[in-house]
Design a protein. Structure first.
Length: 317
């Protein structure tokens, strides 16, 4: 049966999830994907379905997908990430991955210019450490490895150490009224993090607190005299995993136990809610010592992803 190429549509959520699960089963990357999650991605207002997606179809199923949403901000440059590049295990070795990368390299500058004209553009491609074929392909078309990210997890069996909060700091559960403070803390804390861009109110609501995966009962803020100095935001992934989506501490409070206290508080909360595992992703080269903080809390690395980057900054005449 012939394979046909074209954009994704809003009706492709189930087929995309099925493809992602087939890729996960073959590569063992530790992911889990549902039609509901893919429907949220397809509804992203920063994703141009007609021009920012490319899919290969055989009959009623997807066998390869590439997705290139723009970011809401470009401060100081636009770091556009290629989602996917996912090729069904039965269809690998046929040039589909190369076709998606070539498409993204051509398409990204066009989409970028509409949203962030005049700004520098870097196209990022995350590559799992086990996917040697994609790593070689990325290098062959001009991508270069620039950063590594660890996924770390911890069993929730056994005791959890109680929080050791700095004097004057309390932990408050997330509420809608505290949500603007959580976003403010995240943006301030990640201002000096590699590859990060600030969340707008729209992107924060859509990707963090407005998604079906968000768990308000597992999300908390560290507060000092009415000012938020840290936050921990949780999503649900898989069967019984509480995924810590964000841990953020403002610069002047780093090294004082805020993050460790938020983690301890959250772990006890996850246990009470019946989760069996918690996990997170961290920049392996983070200069704030985050990897050590998570290791002390009992997290262990189970996967590493390398970000490959290509400078596609439009050249001025």
């Amino acid at each position: 049966m012939d394979v046909h190429w074209g954009p994704l549509t809003t009706h492709d959520a189930a087929a995309w999830a099925e493809l992602a699960e087939a890729v996960e089963a073959a590569d063992g990357t530790g992911g889990h994907h549902t039609a509901e999650q893919m429907a949220e991605r397809l509804a992203n207002p920063l994703l141009d379905l007609a021009e920012g997606t490319l899919a290969a179809r055989q009959g009623g199923r997807l066998v390869a997908v590439g997705v290139a949403p723009v970011r809401p901000t470009a401060d100081p440059k636009h770091l556009m990430e290629l989602w996917g590049g996912a090729v069904h295990p039965s269809f690998r070795g046929r040039g589909y991955g190369r076709r998606i990368l070539d498409w993204a390299i051509t398409t990204a500058p066009v989409l970028h210019a509409r949203r962030h004209p005049g700004k520098p553009l870097h196209l990022h491609l995350p590559v799992d450490e086990t996917n040697h074929d994609l790593a070689r392909l990325a290098g062959s078309v001009g991508f270069a490895p620039v950063r590594r990210f660890h996924s770390m997890r911890r069993s929730l069996d056994g005791p959890v150490s109680p929080p050791k909060l700095p004097d004057g700091v309390t932990i408050a559960p997330w509420t809608p009224s505290l949500d603007p403070l959580a976003r403010e803390v995240r943006n301030a804390a990640f201002r000096d993090h590699w590859g990060s861009s600030p969340h707008t109110e729209e992107s924060w609501g859509r990707l963090i607190t407005g998604t079906a995966a968000f768990r308000p009962e597992g999300s908390f803020l560290a507060v000092d005299e009415g000012r938020a100095v840290g936050c921990l935001m949780t999503h649900h992934r898989g069967v019984d995993t509480a995924w810590i989506q964000i841990i953020a501490t403002v610069r002047e409070w780093r090294g004082r136990g805020v993050a460790s206290s938020l983690i301890s508080h959250a772990l006890a909360s996850f246990q009470a809610q019946g989760y069996g595992t918690t996990a997170l992703t961290v920049d392996a080269d983070n200069e704030t010592g985050a990897v050590a903080v998570y290791t002390r809390a009992g997290f262990e690395v189970f996967k590493t992803v390398t970000t490959y980057s290509m400078d596609l900054t439009p050249q001025t005449p």
